[in-house]
Design a protein around this ligand. Sequence first.
Ligand code: ADP
Ligand code: MG
Ligand code: MG
Length: 243
Amino acid sequence: SPLLELREVSFGYDRDKEVLHRLSMTVNRGEMLAIAGRNGAGKSTVSKLICGFYRPSSGTILLNGRDISRDTIKERAEKIGFVTQNPNHMISKTLIYDEIALGLKLRGIPEDIIRGRVYEVLKVCGLHELREWPVSALSYGQKKRVTIASILVLEPEVIILDEPTAGQDYRHYNEIMEFLRGLNSRGITVIMITHDMHLMLEYAQRTIVLADGKKLADDRPERILTDRAVVERANLKETSLFT
Ligand code: ADP
Ligand code: MG
Ligand code: MG
């Protein structure tokens, strides 16, 4: 069975305006998946439903074949990591070590176990040398990695990133994407919400395109990107960095 599955999910923020209409989609274990679609298509809404910020008005969400539609955000966070578009601790004076350790502290895990897990994640994320630095001292790309590290330390099976490369320069774009590819090769399933065709071609095995809360296309990126009608409806972009 797939890692994650949405079955006929409908949802609206307001009673009279449905945003997702009987949307079905799967996420396979171990893949790097892109979710695309123009502004307002429902991409962020899908990720919020998966993470449990909202519940479907009908339909079900399954994780490893089990219906998680009624599980709390906290229960789902054990398995599903969510990296929002704009990390909210950009100016924090908190030390990187403490920032990454916070989620484990809140779970009441003993200090010595926390230390081992944080050190491992610091190494994986290339942040070990920076562990005593305040978050505010880092570059944007490094901050983004701290955000990802603070999710990874919780050992999720799947990580969802809302526009992971938006607003990045060339170096940080590559730094973040190569890093995500490395995580994926270690077995973590990666879902990336993006408009970026280069990212899809280079890093995603599959792209799901949403339009008006429905699935418009679901295929290999190189096939999606040769369908001009889909590219236009989804408002996909060349990376300005590479043009
Ligand atoms: P995307 O991430 O693809 O740009 P969203 O999932 O953010 O799209 O939005 C889908 C639709 O839901 C849009 O019409 C948007 O205006 C609406 N929407 C998003 N968030 C809210 C909210 N908190 N309250 C009401 N409507 C919302
Ligand atoms: Mg949007
Ligand atoms: Mg969005």
